[in-house]
Ligand binder design. Structure first.
Ligand code: WT7
Length: 636
């Protein structure tokens, strides 16, 4: 984010203090003292947190670091995250509390108490069990943002199956590749989803993906949009039919007793090289970590109405729509569609209608809504809001200030949370007692030992740029990359040996505030979504006109970064009219709309190193009119 760098530095001196009333009542108090204790003795800190949950059997050891970097947490403990997210609430007043309020894009609504959500999850878990899904099986979920997405994930976890959720905005190849890597036999999808008044044809995409790989035996289809779709006899079943079978309705749907370290889910994310990585999280540590971070950072209270406006298909939704809010007994709101449909006041209207008290979203969404002007916000009474949140990329100070002033009425502190798919939950973030600096995620969470270091791993001086690292393990950390432990070691632990390398550059100012700058690898953040240049390139090369491709991210006002791609055509391939557009659409069809390059340029050659690696850095510098830097390795 080079463009906003100067602005970041300006705002380093500005401090915003959360209102007294918020500070005094905050769940978290005394940051410095508790943080110091928590990193000196993480086992004591996390052991205490884990006591707040219900375990079938208590752990023998909080942290087992005998086989670094394959850390284990709450070893010997028996638990199930769903037992804590749902079952245990049934014997308290939470039984009748609202767990989830949902609004569809067309305006339909559904509400679930903890009792009702538990019942739906139990029914669906019976269905899965009756289909032969067992502990350890991987179920792929490809759904729009509807309650069945939450229900399906929880039903898998309840029976000890591992869910692999594929974001509903992804398309054919992205889905096929993820099903393939996980070797899933069961896919849960829908006829379609609503987006901007149109139907996203999920089942059609799923059928094409299934045809490309051979593992899927059963498809469960939720009816959402109702249009005519293809259903394959003996393979495809309607969710509604299954859930009404007698076998689903036995009231006794036992929750599987799991080891704390048993896998809960894998979630694919983009890395530096080709295939997406299946990030693996577990029942015990992830449970303790997500709930503790939500409770402290967003200060969840019984009377709150929490809205995490992400998609359950990304880690933000896994942790802070599905699991953590239920673990802490919160009331959540979830919305299916686009923020500006049918008008740019959609979000603000819903905040007013439902009395939302905490809104958590991404800078790209804030910038997108900001562009429609203040009047859309101001016609609504947003006085129910008490806290705001941001995630996904650095928030530029202009967007921060608009969010703070226009949306938050200057009374709502903004929790700018830095974290990753790999970290499970918030890592660097303010608490409601932290003085804020617009654009900084401020300080590490309890138990998190974060630093900014140089190539050798030594802390850099205040104000200098370096690599963001985490020096100690934490319960919410990924355990491995599914099926590829070597890649896990190499990717996250090889540079320094004993520190987790996040893949981001950052600097720390004189007050110890951390300013995340951005990715240092070939990962591009487009509208907060994480995409690998390699995935976009392989989608391009899968088109029969293309022989080679290079993708880079260039700064973009709304999206943060936009993808630009350079392609070399196959010999003899004509440069036909509209070919660039055809290639953009091809990437959309293979990967999904978010991966569509903003611009495609057809070129005769690409800058490469002598060993044949494409120099994307050079392409970027040239496109931005910046100095080319060190080009000694360039093949001339
Ligand atoms: C990357 C991780 C974790 C949920 C969403 C993204 C960037 C994330 C911030 C922030 C600056 C941020 C980093 C990180 N990022 N939050 N508050 N400030 N940068 O998860 O898709 O795994 O992406 O997002 O570059 O490495 P993800």
């Amino acid at each position: 984010m080079e463009a906003s760098d100067t602005l970041d530095r300006q705002s380093e001196s500005e401090l915003y203090f959360p209102p007294e009333s918020i500070q005094q009542n905050a769940n978290a108090q005394e940051y410095d003292k508790l943080h110091a204790f928590s990193v000196q003795d993480p086992e004591a800190y996390w052991g205490e947190r884990a006591e707040e949950f219900s375990w079938y059997k208590k752990w023998d050891k909080v942290l087992d670091d005998s086989n670094k970097p394959f850390f284990k947490w709450f070893v010997g403990g028996k638990v199930n995250i769903v037992h804590n997210a749902l079952d245990r609430h049934l014997t308290t007043y939470h039984r009748n509390k609202i767990a989830l309020i949902w609004e569809g894009e067309p305006g339909d609504t559904r509400t679930f108490s903890y009792f009702a959500l538990h019942r739906e999850v139990s029914k669906f878990s019976n269905v899965l069990r009756s289909m032969g899904v067992k502990k350890g099986d991987i179920v792929t979920i490809y759904l729009p943002r509807i309650p069945e997405q939450v229900i399906a994930m929880l039903a898998c976890a309840k029976i000890g199956a591992i869910h692999s959720v594929v974001y509903g905005g992804f398309s054919v190849e992205a889905l096929a590749e993820r099903i393939q890597d996980a070797q899933s036999k069961v896919l849960i999808t829908a006829d379609g989803g609503w987006l901007r008044g149109k139907i996203v044809e999920l089942k059609m995409i799923a059928d094409e993906a299934i045809a490309r790989q051979g593992t899927i035996e059963h498809v469960i289809v939720v009816k959402r949009t109702g249009q005519e779709i293809y259903m394959e006899a003996g393979r495809d079943y309607w969710f509604e039919d299954l859930i009404n079978l007698p076998v689903a309705n036995g009231l006794n749907a036992p929750t599987e007793v799991m080891d704390a370290e048993d896998p809960l889910f894998i979630l694919y994310t983009s890395g530096t090289t080709g295939r997406p990585k299946g990030i693996l999280h577990t029942h015990g540590g992830y449970m303790v970590y997500t709930a503790t971070t939500l409770k402290n950072v967003f200060d969840i209270k019984d009377e709150d109405r929490w809205w995490c406006a992400a998609d359950p298909g990304w880690i933000t939704g896994h942790s802070y729509i599905v699991y953590a809010p239920l673990l802490v007994g919160a009331t959540s709101f979830m919305y299916e569609g686009a923020p500006n449909y049918p008008y740019p006041n959609r979000w603000w209207r819903m905040i007013e209608n439902y009395g939302i008290s905490i809104l958590y979203t991404a800078p790209t969404a804030i910038r997108g809504l900001m562009r429609f002007g203040d009047s859309w916000v101001k016609r609504h009474d947003l006085s129910s809001l008490r806290l705001l949140g941001s995630v996904g990329e650095p928030i530029n100070p202009e967007a921060w200030k608009w969010y703070h002033t226009v949306v938050g009425g200057e009374r709502c502190p903004i929790m700018d949370t830095w974290w990753q798919t790999e970290t499970g939950g918030f890592m660097i973030s303010p608490l409601p007692i932290t003085p804020l600096k617009p654009g900084s995620a401020t300080k590490p969470f309890f138990g998190i030992d974060a630093d900014v270091v140089d190539e050798e791993g030594n802390p850099v001086k205040a104000g200098e740029e370096g690599y963001l690292v985490i020096k100690k393990p934490w319960p919410g950390m990924l355990r491995t990359i599914y099926g590829d432990p070597d890649r896990y070691k190499e990717q996250y632990w090889s540079k320094y040996g004993n520190m987790y390398q996040a893949g981001d550059s950052a600097r720390k100012d004189e007050d110890g505030y951390i300013w995340v700058i951005g990715r240092i690898d070939d990962v591009i953040k487009v509208s907060g979504y994480r995409l690998g240049t390699a995935e976009v390139e392989s989608a391009l090369v899968s088109h029969n006109a293309v022989s080679e491709a290079a993708a880079i991210g260039l700064p973009h006002e709304l999206k943060g970064n936009a993808i630009h791609a350079y392609v070399i055509l196959k010999a003899g391939q004509e440069r036909t009219e509209g070919l660039e557009e055809e290639l953009r659409n091809h990437v959309g069809h293979e990967m999904g709309p978010i991966a569509k390059p903003d611009q495609i340029t057809i070129v005769d050659s690409l800058p490469k190193t002598r060993s044949g690696k494409i120099m994307r850095r050079l392409l970027k510098a040239r496109a931005m009119g910046l100095p080319e830097g060190d080009i000694s390795t360039l093949e001339q």
